[in-house]
Design a protein around this ligand. Structure first.
Ligand SMILES: [Zn+2]
Length: 212
């Protein structure tokens, strides 16, 4: 089973990916990880990617997908894989489809973790961090006192409501066309409500993947 994973920032994709992988007994594969591995191993495509990066250029989709494709030939992916961050644009979705077809495989499901934007802003802006020892807190007001060192709690710039709304807008602009592309091309697109306990969200995702 090949699953392409999407998640709004703050929807808990990073938490859910390994839990789903465990339940489905398949590994996860993230572009950044395989790219770094290919650079370290100095494969032909790895060297090509390295050249682009040294010239300050974006690594082309064809090179990234080639590296992902080589990785997917490893035996641990024979039963399936959860692809995390591999597809962000429509050309990447098309490229992945073509690459998988070359291996006689296909995407079985596209899973997106979704939450109401206001809930995400509420969640993320409720995070603070000690300006002194960097201990993270949730549900503590900015300016309250760190339990560990007595330092003041502050909010990271990334967690300011305006910054969160910008990230959500970027996600929507990027992701909506990709989900639409998969729907148009007969893919199974599952949008899972990511509000609630972690285990409940995992169960919801598994149930949604099961239903056809
Ligand atoms: Zn502290």
């Amino acid at each position: 089973m090949i699953i392409v994973l999407f998640g709004k920032p703050g929807a808990g994709k990073g938490t859910q990916a390994p839990l789903l992988a465990h339940e489905l007994d398949v590994p996860t594969l993230a572009t950044g990880d395989v790219l770094r591995a290919a650079l370290r191993a100095g494969t032909r495509l790895g060297l090509e990617a390295k050249g682009c990066m040294e010239r300050g250029e974006l690594v082309p989709d064809s090179v990234i997908l080639g590296i992902v494709g080589e990785e997917l030939c490893q035996p641990q992916y024979a039963r399936g894989v959860i692809l995390d961050g591999v597809v962000r644009t429509v050309p990447q979705a098309e490229g992945l489809d073509a690459m998988l077809a070359g291996h006689r495989r296909r995407v079985d499901a596209v899973l997106a973790f979704d939450i109401d934007n206001d809930e995400i802003v509420r969640r993320l802006s409720g995070r603070t961090v000690c300006e002194n020892c960097q201990t993270p807190y949730t549900g503590r007001a900015v300016g309250s006192v760190c339990d560990k060192c007595g330092g003041a709690l502050m909010r990271r710039k990334d967690d300011e409501p305006d910054a969160i709304r910008t990230r959500l807008r970027v996600y929507d602009e990027q992701t909506a066309p990709v989900l639409a592309w998969y729907r148009e091309h007969g893919g199974k697109v599952v949008v899972v409500d990511a509000v609630g306990e972690v285990a409940d969200v995992t169960a919801r995702a598994l149930a949604a993947l099961d239903s056809r």
